[in-house]
Ligand binder design. Sequence first.
Ligand SMILES: Nc1ncnc2c1ncn2[C@@H]1O[C@H](COP(=O)(O)OP(=O)(O)O)[C@@H](O)[C@H]1O
Ligand SMILES: N[C@@H](CCOP(=O)(O)O)C(=O)O
Length: 304
Amino acid sequence: MAGPAFRAAAVRVRTPATSANLGPGFDALGLSLGLYDDVVVRVAESGLHIDIAGEGADTLPRDESHLLVRSLRTTFDLLGGQPRGLEVVCANRIPHGRGLGSSSAAICAGIVAARAVTIGGAEKLDDAAMLELATEIEGHPDNVAACLLGGFTLAWMESGVARAIRMDAADSIVPVVFVPSRPVLTETARGLLPRSVPHVDAAANAGRAALLVEALTRRPELLLPATEDRLHQEYRAPAMPESVALVNRLRADGVPAVISGAGPTVLALVESDAADKVARLAGEGWAANRLTLDAGGTSVLPLA
Ligand SMILES: Nc1ncnc2c1ncn2[C@@H]1O[C@H](COP(=O)(O)OP(=O)(O)O)[C@@H](O)[C@H]1O
Ligand SMILES: N[C@@H](CCOP(=O)(O)O)C(=O)O
């Protein structure tokens, strides 16, 4: 049987950074942030050519082991076959290994780009199937849900299948990130988690995660209690002691701060009039950035 046909024109995909967990919502809650990687994918006559600018330009592989290319390949297989050749041009702005969802961004960009360059791709792979595939590649659904859908997402697994709903965070909320210079791989930070946790901690997190949905969408004044976590942050402290100390210091000052994703970035969710002041609180050793909320998720854009 013949494989699929491909568009001759290049496709440009923009994909956001994400902050997962948000304190108590381990592997469930995610927030899409206004910091983006861009990728242009073109089907070529032969071979694989990868061009990378920005984050990872000195370290990422230029072969089939590149994460975005692996995601493209997996998606093409699902859509019925591989193109003869591929050109991939990446402009990376999301820092790697910092808890801002760079791997999810690469995975989602690959899936969306493969679907867009395949004629009839959207009919064969709908949005639910993209979430399922992205979760399979990433291993947990929280970042990829926010990355694909934008906004504030709640993801869960149902009979082994990832599902998600999208909400909008209150637009008075400003995400401020404190990014340290040293990375910690998500795999390392997940390896520090215990296999079981005390019932009292699980119960506390369930209540706070539920409260967080209300706080983030409608009542930001509840963000400090709503972002309290007992399931992952302290367990991860040995890999990121300065980050956990900064979270505790900010929280003691009344700032709703959490470890972003698996860390080591610290995320503060603050009202816009306090954002600049909060951004100055961390001091030396942190790149503090006042970001925006992303509403659109991973999108196919016109070529520049
Ligand atoms: N834009 C990208 N292109 C290719 N690979 C990427 C890209 N972004 C991230 N990765 C891969 O993902 C790894 C980081 O993933 P991870 O440890 O989950 O951290 P993060 O919190 O940034 O997602 C990088 O070391 C790299 O191997
Ligand atoms: N729920 C995951 C989130 C990982 O996010 P990342 O941005 O660090 O990849 C976890 O806490 O392990």
